[in-house]
Structures are given as C-alpha cells and as structure tokens.
Design a protein around this ligand. Structure first.
Ligand code: GLU
Length: 282
C-alpha cells in the first residue's frame, strides 16, 4: 500500500506556523516513504469558510514549496457522500435526532460528580436527553447524534496504531472511556449536512489515506474516528499526532493569532527555509 497522507485545513482564517509544521511534516513523511501528499479543504462549515482564505491556503502552501495532485477534495462538494454514510449508520439503528441547545445540555448535565468527566473532545458531554424520544418528531433544525452505547454493543474491542514518539504504540480504545468521556457525538450539525467527525472518516477512506498526520489536539478525537470507521467498515489508517507549535509563553497558536500567520512572516521577508527552521524541520 502506497504511503498516502494529507493536510486538511479549514478555510476559516490564515494558516499559521502550526499549520506550516503540520503540512511540511506530512509532506516530508510522504517523501521519505516514496508516498503521496494530498490536500483537502475542510469547508463543511459554510458559515465560517471564505473563498479568500481558501485561495490563501493554496498560496501559502505553494510558497512553502508544497505540491499536491489536483483537483483538491473539498468537503462542500461531498454532502451526498456524507448523507450516504449517515444513512448507513441510521439503518443500523445507531442515530437519533436531538433538539437540545447549549443551555438545555448545561441544565440537563446537573451538578458535577466526583470522577465523572464533564467535557470530552467536543466540549460538554451530552447527557442523552433526546436519546429515547420519538424519532418521528424530528425537525430539520435537529442535529443527528450517534448512540455510542448501541454502537459499542455491535463492535469488537478496537485499537489503532499511533506512530509519534510522544504518544506512540498500539492504542486500545476503552469502551468505558468512550461512554463516559466521549458520549453521543454529533454526526450532523445544524445547517451543515455533516460534522467534522463523519466527514473526516469518510474522506480519509475515499482518499485512500494510510497515514493521518495532524496535531496532538486531535488525538482524543481519533477514538471517535476509529469507532466510525469500524461501523462503516472503512479501513483505519495509522496516526501520527505531532506536538503543537506554541508561542513564547507556551500558548497554543490560534487562527486569530495573526502575528504567526505564514503570510505575515512572508511579508516581513522570511523565506520558506526560515519557516522550516522556526518549526524545527530545518
Ligand atoms: N480541519 C481540521 C483543522 O483545520 C483538521 C482535521 C484533521 O486533520 O483531521 O483543524
């Protein structure tokens, strides 16, 4: 199997040094393995995606010396594919509509209990309010959730291979941690036709990704992806979650952190090799 990896930015702001690190590391790993580096534009959140940011992604990455096969996969072109994957999960009886807003979830969550996690990879863990309601009463405004307990009942023990030095090894998924620390994640967000988790799993499979290279901030989402891959009978790639690039005071870089934008360094006269050096790939 040819080593195939990808860089999958969302066009919701300028790429910063952290993105440069992720993209360069993925491309370097592909080159080392005689493999392929693909680009994917993660623009399912059309309320935040902007064509100008997408254009700048291409610009910045080309300037860094990266190239990739065209045409680029764009999530906004693939809604029917995500609907088909959702239909598969729904046909298995594993999904339900949910009308709770943030305030409903906070109210239903109640007081924190000793030893019970309140937050998971997607924020506050859903207390399950809508899980057993009458599905025929669903409206177009509802989100669609995965019934994690029902999903795990159908699956054997799952694991994945992590290749980073820091987290590396065979990582076994803990069903108890998935139930209490992750819960009924959202498969389709309001007005989006999909969610990050559903799209990324379907896209990685359809692009033939064998190695996912991404930031350690997504490590806790990987268990969700492995569950979805198993349910949808898609292959599980290997994962490499790299450490995050931080600023001088140790804070993680964010999109709004314009000072670290690749475009800003470029404007100030930095070269692509300067950027490589800055992220430790020089
Ligand atoms: N689109 C995600 C981001 O910009 C990356 C998703 C991934 O690599 O799985 O953070």
């Amino acid at each position: 199997m040819t080593f195939t990896t990808r860089f999958a930015p969302s066009p919701t702001g300028p790429l910063h040094l952290g993105h440069a690190y992720s993209a360069l590391l993925a491309a370097d790993m592909a080159a080392r393995h005689g493999g392929q580096f693909l680009l994917r534009i993660e623009d399912i959140d059309q309320s935040r995606a902007r064509p100008a940011w997408e254009a700048q992604i291409y610009n910045d990455l080309h300037w860094l010396g990266l190239s990739w096969p065209e045409p680029v996969m764009r999530q906004s072109d693939r809604l029917p594919r995500y609907s088909a994957a959702l239909a598969q999960l729904s046909a298995m009886g594993l999904t339900y509509p949910c009308s709770c807003n943030r305030a409903d979830i906070e109210a239903a969550a109640g007081a924190p209990q000793e030893g019970v996690p309140q937050f998971g990879p997607d924020g506050r863990i859903y207390p399950g309010t809508c899980r057993d309601l009458d599905k025929t009463k669903a409206t177009a405004q509802d989100v669609i959730r995965l019934n994690m307990a029902a999903a795990l009942d159908r699956l054997p023990r799952l694991s994945f291979i992590e290749t980073s030095e820091e987290l590396g090894g065979e990582i076994s998924l803990d069903p108890e941690a998935l139930l209490t620390g992750v819960g009924d994640i959202i498969l389709v967000r309001r007005n989006m036709g999909s969610s990050y988790h559903l799209s990324v799993v379907v896209d990685d499979a359809d692009q033939g990704i064998t190695h996912v290279v991404r930031g350690a901030d997504l490590f806790s989402s990987t268990q969700i992806h492995v569950v979805l891959q198993a349910l949808l009978q898609l292959p599980t790639p290997q994962y490499h979650h790299h450490p995050l690039i931080r600023d001088e005071v140790g804070k993680r870089l964010a999109k709004r952190d314009d000072a670290r934008a690749i475009a800003k360094y470029r404007e100030d006269g930095a070269s692509p090799s300067d950027i490589r050096r800055k992220v430790g790939l020089g």
